[in-house]
Design a binder for this molecule. Structure first.
Ligand code: ARG
Length: 458
């Protein structure tokens, strides 16, 4: 007999049971569901809605059920639809009819919203920790590469040289904002919907704040209709995880490029690379590629949830059961990616000489030649045109700027003197960007220091 079977005259069609059940995935919420029930039943006793002895019996029963589920000894069935009813059935099996008092003043609608929030609360903490590990790995690479110069790109064309440390710190900044977003979302997640009942509240003299406090929430989701029907906190989570995956995916793409023979800027550790079943020479950056690829499913989970919620009337609708799989999937996908990325970044070999050699074979110091002329009072637009001519000449002669003689330079502008060789050297070019957040070594060191201060606190 179903927990809600009273008004029915026939058993549910088996296909309906199968199709509507969520137990195959929401069993992941079992421990949160029981945690919520423990707080609820204590409140029922405190408010004298049920006798204290009954509450004690139910609590003991719930603890046994929790252990059985954890040990894989409890039978969870589709006939009992979801984790909430499975737990209640198991409780009644354990303690008898008194177990039926647990659901007084409560609905699965406020219960499921509670379980989701408890799950996300833990998930947010986990992700913030994992992000900090990754940031620490990036900072470590930055510190080891404060003198490593590589070409900086725009349009994937060599633009201006930058420190590899600067490049690493750019990602540290992105992940810092991601951390901020997760922390900010915590305050919206951390409110208890329990007590909203099915949609309108309950006739029992419950104490919502007591339950909220027991479960370490900052307060309650006030409006009962809102409490059971909105999943904006899930959308926010899916959006934040999407942003993090987007950042990881860009870093992945760079690792893939850098480890190609064409770039040859890094080598990923053997422990974080894979081979080919046919081509014996291959060493592939599979982890980075797969993180880049899995970004798609995380975006998909966000779009799926937004679309499910679009146009849903309040309050609860069964559509909302679709809120869980995407949330679990995005969490597991991101958790896996972050856990791998920290050690993969930490162990990657940075091929400093190759990066430097690349800078020597490009025109990424051309802006500095123009700036040099500007400092000698030539208007920037004219300087730009002169340097364009110099670059064209070099391309025709198969040379780079530093290969030119002073006489060659002076054919283009008499303003150029022999300090130009110093001005155009990669070190000078990098250190000339001595503005807040620029790539000059001292500015990058400032970023490293700031990041270390923040990361020490986490
Ligand atoms: N399994 C349901 C879900 O995940 C629980 C809430 C069901 N409530 C209901 N009235 N059918 O959304």
């Amino acid at each position: 007999m179903k927990l809600w079977g009273g008004r029915f005259t026939k058993p549910t069609n088996e296909l309906v049971d199968e199709y509507t059940a969520s137990i195959s995935f929401d069993q992941k919420l079992a421990q949160y569901d029981i945690q919520g029930s423990l707080a609820h039943v204590e409140m029922l006793a405190k408010c004298e809605i049920i006798p204290t002895e009954d509450a004690e019996t139910i609590k003991k029963g719930l603890e046994i059920v929790a252990k059985k589920i954890e040990a894989g000894e409890a039978e969870l069935t589709e006939a009992n639809e979801d984790i909430h009813m499975n737990v209640e059935k198991l409780l009644i099996e354990e303690v008898g009819a008194v177990g039926g008092k647990l659901h007084t003043g409560r609905s699965r609608n406020d219960q499921v919203a509670l379980d989701m929030r408890l799950y996300l609360r833990d998930s947010l903490v986990t992700l913030v920790e994992l992000l900090a590990h990754l940031q620490k790995a990036l900072v470590k690479q930055a510190k080891a590469n404060l003198d490593t110069i590589l070409p900086g790109y725009t349009h994937l064309q060599r633009a201006q040289p930058v420190l590899f440390a600067h490049h690493m710190m750019a990602y540290v900044s992105m992940f810092e904002r991601d951390t901020d977003r997760l922390c900010d979302s915590f305050k919206r997640v951390n409110r208890s919907p329990l007590g909203a009942g099915a949609l309108a509240g309950t006739t029992f003299p419950i104490d919502r704040h007591y339950v909220a406090e027991k479960l370490n929430f900052d307060g309650v989701v006030e409006n009962s209709l809102d409490a059971v029907s909105d999943r904006d906190f899930v959308v926010e989570f899916l959006s934040n995880t999407s942003l993090i995956m987007m950042h990881l995916s860009r870093l992945s793409e760079e690792l893939v490029q850098w480890s190609s023979a064409e770039f040859n800027f890094i080598e990923l550790d053997d422990a974080f690379s894979t081979g080919s079943s046919m081509m014996p020479q291959k060493k592939n950056p599979d982890v980075a590629e797969l993180v880049r690829g899995k970004t798609g499913r995380v975006y998909g989970n966000l779009m799926g949830m937004l679309t499910t919620l679009k146009g849903l009337p309040i309050a609860y609708n069964k559509d909302m059961q679709e809120d869980k799989e995407g949330m679990f999937d995005s969490m597991e996908t991101l958790k896996g990616a972050l856990a791998l990325f920290a050690p993969m970044i930490e162990t990657m070999e940075v091929k400093k000489e190759n990066m430097y050699a690349a800078v020597a074979e490009d025109f990424s110091n051309a802006t500095d030649l123009a700036d040099y002329l500007v400092n000698k009072d030539l208007p920037f637009r004219e300087a730009h045109a002169v340097v364009g001519q110099v670059v064209l000449h070099c391309i025709q002669e198969n040379k780079y700027l530093l290969d030119l003689s002073l006489a060659d330079f002076q054919n283009f502008s008499y303003l150029i003197e022999d300090d130009i060789y110093h001005v155009l050297s990669p070190e000078t070019v990098v250190n000339a960007r001595d503005v807040v957040g620029g790539t000059a070594k001292n500015r990058v060191q400032d970023q490293v220091k700031q990041a270390e201060t923040i990361l020490e606190e986490t």
